[in-house]
Ligand binder design. Sequence first.
Ligand code: 13P
Length: 252
Amino acid sequence: MNKTIYFIANWKMNGNHNSIKEIERVFNFLKKNAIYKFKKIIFCPPVNLLSSFSEKIKSRLIDFGTQDISKINISNGPYTGQLSAKMLKETGANYVIIGHSEKRIIDEDFKTIKEKINIALKNKLKVIFCIGENLSQKNNGISLKVLKKQILSSLDKKKINFDNLIIAYEPIWSIGTGIVPSNSYLDKIYRNLKKFLKEKYKVNKPIMIYGGSVTTDNVATLREISLISGFLIGGASLKSASFIKIIKNYFR
Ligand code: 13P
């Protein structure tokens, strides 16, 4: 297997200045274990920690990302409370999470997500674009319909370079619940998404990852879905021990 596998830590609203230790432990593990070469490790801590962490860990082994950017399409200006894509790029981030269900609930509608994705790509940030259905949508059998709508309303056919876009399928009913979809459910979702992206965007190999209650125990099962190229990990990414074990168990 020689495709890149992504392990992306979404720390959400967690962590403090001492948490650098967790990243340092992951870094030391990666340094000692060159066998894990087909992987990409990305940490997305809260923005207050980003600069100092990326300053301290300057290495090609670990990349950094943010959990948001402003939808205001300029670098600087009179916009209280906003951080521009350019400013975030300057913190050392190369990635940004956009469209996370926890953010959609607060203030990201379809239009905002589309604007943010275009701004991020224009500023040379790679986008981790999250999509996912909720439990009632799943129970009503409309998961794929929901996912396709999220994609079509956010990805501008003329502007998206799929080399710089990672699609993270995160079923909302799986986030933080300990419930992970069955492999047959996931297989159907990813196959359909791949077909849909090919039809609508002419992309042959979209980068698609999975997020939602990924743990040291279930990562080996999730690995069986060949269209999944990695994981967006919440809770289990906060401690280096579990994050490292997820990587190890994946490659075992
Ligand atoms: P958990 O891994 O804690 O379920 O969170 C998943 C997630 O939302 C990652 O973005």
